[in-house]
Design a protein around this ligand. Structure first.
Ligand SMILES: Nc1ncnc2c1ncn2[C@@H]1O[C@H](COP(=O)(O)OP(=O)(O)OP(=O)(O)O)[C@@H](O)[C@H]1O
Ligand SMILES: O=P(O)(O)OC[C@H]1O[C@H](OP(=O)(O)OP(=O)(O)O)[C@H](O)[C@@H]1O
Length: 305
């Protein structure tokens, strides 16, 4: 089938074709009931149950396609959006608009130098060689350090490499690099240390500034629901009515806790959404104020807007 001729009337949705963000993105689409089958080697897949076409693109290229309005919506790293925006002429508004922080793919774009060298702060790299895959963000970062206005010549020499950036210092190509750090293992293995942060990143859902359709809002709402379900658990417990006000402060919920009367008039049951990462502390606090029968339930999906 000639897929390109089947794109008419469909919302075009760019997703990473490989790399760190791909699996979590596919899981998110599955949670949002976006059904598709991608033929081997094809970068376009038609969604079976919605008028959407998925376009598989390198994460780094997604902001360009979204920014130019060639695709309507996409998932990529905030670092890639920032790099794209940093290439725009001064004063030009980016065509890429972030709509949701997706919470996965967390990493930092950091300035790194040899652990055993004499450089301890980024200003010491001014006028020296810096290697990176993020040239626009690095140029903006060093322009600020040098006090140079955008477009003017930098004394720091910024060179592009496409990957294995951390090898540049060992090979004598660079005095420092600007590269992504997640666990820090690659940096440590290469004998490097971080001395500054250019951008902190997570995966984001972005849309083209001029795209705004009911379907775009529907898919955004579904994805928001999946993300919320992943971030929160449902906490249920019984509490003496006299302690309800205190307990409600511990579990205020997203809007307000749900309170249900029990057969025993002195007691109520409370049900409230709590952020997963806080749940252990919240349970400790609930026990202290007299809660009993605390249950924590996973949320399969949610919709709050
Ligand atoms: N440890 C990490 N290293 C690199 N990127 C990460 C990491 N953790 C999360 N990311 C995010 O994943 C995005 C895509 O990076 P990744 O290297 O997987 O892409 P890729 O398309 O395979 O690119 P490349 O071919 O240059 O490696 C990054 O821009 C960043 O937002
Ligand atoms: O802090 P860590 O958890 O070690 O992750 C960071 C490393 O991962 C990325 O490289 P990737 O594996 O994508 O290969 P690349 O160097 O070819 O881009 C990034 O460029 C770092 O080198």
């Amino acid at each position: 089938m000639d897929l390109v001729n089947h794109l008419e009337g469909r919302l075009l949705f760019a997703v990473p074709k490989k790399g760190r963000l791909q699996q979590a993105t596919l899981d998110l689409l599955s949670g949002a009931d976006v059904q598709f089958r991608r033929e081997t080697r094809l970068d376009i897949a038609l969604v079976k149950n919605l008028p959407i076409a998925l376009i598989f693109l390198p994460a780094a290229d997604i902001p360009t396609f979204v920014g130019e309005g060639r695709v309507d919506i996409g998932i990529t790293g905030r670092d890639q959006v920032a790099e794209h925006d940093a290439t725009l002429p001064a004063g030009e508004v980016s065509g890429v608009e972030e709509i949701l922080d997706l919470g996965f793919g967390g990493c930092k774009l950091q300035v790194q130098v040899p652990q055993k060298g004499d450089i301890n702060e980024a200003s010491q790299l001014v006028g020296r060689n810096v290697v990176t895959s993020f040239t626009a963000l690095s140029e903006a970062f060093f322009s600020k350090l040098e006090g140079v206005s955008s477009g003017d010549k930098l004394s720091t020499k910024i060179k592009y490499v496409g990957g294995s950036v951390e090898a540049a210092c060992a090979l004598g190509v660079a005095d420092g690099i600007v590269d992504l750090v997640e666990s820090g293992e690659t940096m440590k293995a290469a004998g490097l240390k971080a001395i500054d942060t250019v951008v902190e990143s997570t995966a984001v859902l972005v849309k083209s500034r001029n795209s705004n359709t009911d379907l775009l809002n529907l898919i955004t709402s579904r994805i928001r629901g999946v993300i919320t379900a992943q971030r929160f658990v449902l906490c249920q417990y019984n509490i003496p009515r006299s302690e309800l006000a205190t307990a409600s402060k511990i579990t205020p919920g997203k809007r307000a806790p749900t309170i249900t009367a029990l057969e025993e008039p002195e007691w109520v049951a409370v049900s409230s959404m709590v952020e997963k990462k806080r749940i252990a502390t919240v349970m400790d606090e609930l026990i202290k104020v007299g809660a009993t029968d605390i249950l924590v339930l996973n949320i399969a999906n949610s919709r709050t807007d």
